[in-house]
Design a protein. Structure first.
Length: 205
């Protein structure tokens, strides 16, 4: 995976909507020894039981039952696809550990924002990250966005030399798709359109 390919993907992704063209997102692109060094530090934190401390909360502490059920079903489905039983503590620990090794992907991206970022800034950055993911797919690659790694944001800032006030939004593992991997064959059920869209001014059809 060459640097030129990733430059092309990022160049296209930068056209994501951004209020007054601020484009506040920043991206660290790691491969080789740089990626290995960060992964090793994150793995050390995980294996030593360092408490996680995310820079922001990614979902409400209390959710409607339908949302809780979707989250539960997705989590259970992934574990079952990987052959990890409910009482398999070692398997579950290994599943979590994989996050901090960027799933073995050859490239890792770290997306970050200014510390004073607002909800709208996250919206714009989400559209940028989605553009990156779609651009990778268009070039025969695959990716996985990761909130999990931001639990060790202090380590990420320290290893990458980022200022203390930078807000770590997510990681993105980038590599080649493996469609035959059991976990990749698991597709969580999505809500039907009428489950989230309310129609106004349309005739019944």
């Amino acid at each position: 995976m060459g640097r030129e390919l990733l430059v092309d993907v990022l160049a296209a992704a930068r056209h994501a909507p951004s209020t007054r063209n601020t484009q506040m997102w920043r991206v660290e692109v790691l491969t080789g020894g740089a990626r290995r060094s960060l992964a090793d530090r994150l793995l050390a934190d995980f294996e030593n039981g360092v408490p996680t401390r995310h820079d922001y909360v990614n979902r409400p502490s209390e959710m409607e039952p339908v949302f809780e059920e979707r989250a539960r079903a997705a989590g259970t489905g992934v574990l079952l696809a990987k052959g990890i039983a409910r009482d398999d503590a070692a398997g579950r620990n290994g599943h979590l550990r994989d996050n901090f090794d960027f799933y073995g992907a050859p490239v890792a991206l770290i997306v970050h924002l200014p510390g004073n970022a607002q909800a709208g800034t996250f919206l714009e950055t989400g559209m940028f990250v989605q553009n990156v993911m779609l651009g990778l797919v268009a070039r025969g690659l695959a990716s996985c966005p990761q909130y999990s790694v931001t639990g060790y944001s202090d380590t990420i800032r320290r290893v990458l030399g980022l200022a203390d006030d930078r807000l770590i939004v997510c990681g993105l593992s980038v590599g080649y798709p493996q469609p035959d991997a059991p976990v990749n064959r698991f597709v969580p059920e999505r809500a039907p359109v009428d489950g989230f869209a309310t129609w106004h001014g349309w005739e019944s059809r």
